[in-house]
Design a protein around this ligand. Structure first.
Ligand SMILES: [Fe+2]
Length: 287
């Protein structure tokens, strides 16, 4: 059933990989609502909300951005967020494909923000024992842009990226530009004056079901597409196991239900921001 959650409805969502969409219609689901996607004869994406079994439907806004087709079931008060790195001509653009997960999309965002799990979940890739401590970092709700950011993050990583085979402390910045999108900026190992940008687009299907696609804008002239994809997919499949085993599947926003530690600063800011927005879809709050 389509949600009545205004805060969730009034956002943009990536709902298809642009390169995979042709003129043949495909049906998918967003926020509990069936939608149909295709391209018109000029190649422009078309998205429709299916209103009933009789085939009545309503046209929805459709935009192509960052290798995906985006739509909304509501009336967003701003355009799709900008990824500055997407405009740089020498970037490698790597869409990594959709992964379906039995969990709230909000849980997926929160897991992406969490550095403390690196040594235990991504052992010998993004973290390793005994380097388990998350050094102090800053997290904030940026009121001017209405986004959550975590800055000055550092963590010891044994591999860092597909190009690297030795470990070092990496510098990371996290950004949450909308409730179901999360980004990571990482100092690029092969060009230390630039940042690799990795975004995770989440399509909330039901409250406790979503699919997510990582897309990367990298400065990396050497790795093959396959190596880049494999690196990301190994990490993401490790995350899926963790996210699907969290209970409850929905994200609690009540501050006392899960006791935060210092490492959870970004999660605390994220939950507070969701609560301020009045977002309910995918949370344990009253519906
Ligand atoms: Fe992870």
């Amino acid at each position: 059933m389509k949600t009545t959650d205004r805060a969730a409805l009034d956002e943009w969502y990536a709902v298809a990989t642009a390169a995979e969409l042709g003129q043949a219609p495909v049906v998918t689901r967003l926020l509990g609502q069936d939608i149909e996607l295709c391209r018109d004869e000029a190649g422009a994406p078309v998205v429709r909300e299916i209103l009933d079994d009789g085939g009545r439907s309503r046209a929805l806004p459709a935009q192509e951005r960052y290798g995906c087709v985006w739509t909304t079931l509501g009336r967003p008060n701003k355009d799709i967020f900008d990824i500055a790195e997407s405009h740089e001509a020498d970037r490698r653009f790597v869409p990594c494909g959709w992964v379906r997960m039995r969990a709230s999309g909000l849980r997926v965002v929160e897991n992406f923000l969490d550095m403390a799990h690196f040594p235990f979940v991504h052992t010998d890739i993004l973290g390793s024992e005994p380097h388990t401590e998350v050094p102090r970092y800053l997290s904030e709700i940026r009121r001017d842009v209405d986004e959550v950011w975590a800055t000055n993050c550092t963590f010891f990583q044994p591999r860092i990226a597909a190009t690297e085979s030795s470990g070092d402390f990496v510098h990371l910045t996290y950004r949450v530009p909308s409730p179901f999108v999360v980004m990571l900026y990482r100092v690029c190992p092969s060009a230390p004056d630039r940042l690799d940008a990795i975004a995770l687009f989440i399509q909330p299907i039901e409250e406790d079901l979503c699919r997510a696609q990582p897309v990367m804008y990298l400065v990396d002239a050497t790795s093959t597409d396959t190596a880049l994809l494999n690196f990301e997919q190994v990490i993401f499949l490790q995350d899926r196991i963790i996210v699907e085993n969290q209970r409850p599947l929905l994200l609690p926003l009540e501050p006392r239900l899960e006791i935060p530690t210092r490492a959870d600063g970004s999660s605390v800011a994220y939950r507070r921001w969701l609560k301020e927005k009045g977002l309910r879809f995918g949370t344990t709050g009253a519906h």
